[in-house]
Design a protein around this ligand. Structure first.
Ligand SMILES: Cc1cc2nc3c(=O)[nH]c(=O)nc-3n(C[C@H](O)[C@H](O)[C@H](O)COP(=O)(O)O)c2cc1C
Length: 139
């Protein structure tokens, strides 16, 4: 089966005076169950300003989820950077990025390597955000 893989970046928009960590743990609670049911795998990471989310799954299912996330008040200015179809997944499940997981960092690197072509098409600002995540969050 072909798998659609999307990487997007969005800006964190704080709601109801909640901290980023509170937002992330709420999002994680809903997403873990939803994504398992829908066969969606990937990783959600964040720094102080941005979410970076890699999602893998069947195309129409991802489409529906992206529409939902785009209108979620907890983030804004969602920009899809990669949107590709592959023969297989890189991630085995859906998780919030875990700094202590070597496996997560390795899979992110593998993801970037596989996407070198798309990486070359990003504009400077987009490339900078991805590089910052690669250096500061994933390693
Ligand atoms: C950055 C971000 C990432 C999200 N990722 C997911 C996700 O992977 N899966 C999911 O079900 N909901 C995710 N959500 C939450 C959805 O926007 C939505 O609130 C949730 O799916 C519940 O929707 P429902 O009440 O219509 O079922 C995310 C929200 C944000 C802000």
């Amino acid at each position: 089966m072909m798998i659609r893989t999307v990487l997007y970046i969005s800006e964190i928009a704080s709601q109801d005076n909640k901290t980023i960590c509170e937002h992330v743990s709420e999002i994680a609670d809903t997403s873990k169950t939803n994504n398992r049911k829908k066969g969606i795998t990937g990783v959600l990471a964040h720094d102080n300003e941005h979410f970076l989310h890699i999602l893998e799954g069947e195309s129409p299912i991802l489409e529906g989820l992206l529409t939902k996330i785009e209108s979620d008040q907890r983030n804004k200015n969602l920009q899809v950077m990669f949107d590709v179809i592959w023969a297989e997944r890189i991630f085995q499940e859906w998780k919030v990025f875990d700094k202590t997981s070597v496996e997560h960092s390795q899979r992110f690197d593998q993801f970037l390597k596989l996407n070198m072509d798309s990486l070359a098409l990003l504009d400077d600002a987009q490339f900078e955000v991805i590089s910052r995540f690669a250096e500061n969050v994933f390693h």
